[in-house]
Ligand binder design. Sequence first.
Ligand SMILES: Cc1ncc(COP(=O)(O)O)c(C=O)c1O
Length: 383
Amino acid sequence: MSGSRGVDEVVFSRPYRAPGELANLEAVLRSDHSHGDGDFTRSATERLRALSGAPHALLTTSCTHALEMAGLLLGLGPGDEVVLPSFTFPSAATAVVARGAVPVFVDIDPLTGNIDPNQVAEALTPRTRAVTVMHYGGVPVDLDAVLAVTEPAGIALVEDNAHGLGGAYGERMLGSAGVMATQSFHDTKNVHCGEGGALLVNDAVLFRRAEILREKGTDRARFLRGEVDKYTWQDQGSSYLPSELNAAVLDAQLAEFETIQAARHRVWNAYAAALGEWADAQGVRLMSSDPGLQHTAHLFYLVMPGHEGQQALIAHLRTHGVRATFHYVPLDTSPAGEHFGRRLTRLGRTAEFSRRLVRLPLWAGLDDAQVERVIEGVLSYRP
Ligand SMILES: Cc1ncc(COP(=O)(O)O)c(C=O)c1O
């Protein structure tokens, strides 16, 4: 698509193309094994375990399905509550509602967009079964503060790690802190296979059950390993495993993980270096991450002084041939959130963050001229 300056628009996101993915796809198509759990699934799963530090991992058809599996594994049911930030993707809430349980929305830390641990403490009731956190843009949640609330209360922590693969909170890799974590490999993510996901499981007993839930409630995984002589219906479940075609693309992408991340960090660092002075002068706050923590360069965003500034900067960048966006719309005030959920208090920081946020294009293939065009676009904006 052409921008107003007659050059190609700098799109917000473009999926990475890994050199090996076409050869991997051809290998699957020429084989007799394109259903799930073949060699590419095994290889991608091993890569994922290494990147996340999680002892067990299962590829799934999406992050949404991995969140649904987490709800099943936690045994959520009617009357149970799960605490989660209002500022997150709807799937964290739909997975709770699918079990008849209630999502309880809390506010964010406005510096990161991540769940506010103080609000988690306030939201706990005798019905709370789990807390789901999400590392917004790949900036780690304050995990020590959240675990200080959940562990003494015996409440499960689930990390929606859709943005956080490869990030770290101190020594802890994102995805390894809670009892389970979920990944997304949707094509807007740092690593993708079109549509896909994973469930990371940090508990051996839960993992055995997770294998069954993922395979239509059967012990087929044990059968394939030769541990039983036939497989039968054992438990609840659905079909959550991706085909080898998806795993083939994912494996090629994960093989390039370091390259992808280096390219994304280069863009992130260029924005941070070029926009600081302008931001200070305009009363804008740039996305930041504690230097002691490892973020994943999933997003780069600006927090404008107000809602008008958000709309005006997005429109200004559009005339400059740059596509910027905002997201998320808070869940607690969404139609389904009001119907199915409950909120701790009025979540003012979430509402403000959502109304002021502008996300700039960030993907591994952005070239220097495109990065420069984005920077020029922002610097030429005047309220
Ligand atoms: C934080 C977060 N969780 C979950 C999802 C859902 O992922 P999927 O499309 O793989 O189901 C997304 C998608 O953008 C997301 O950003």
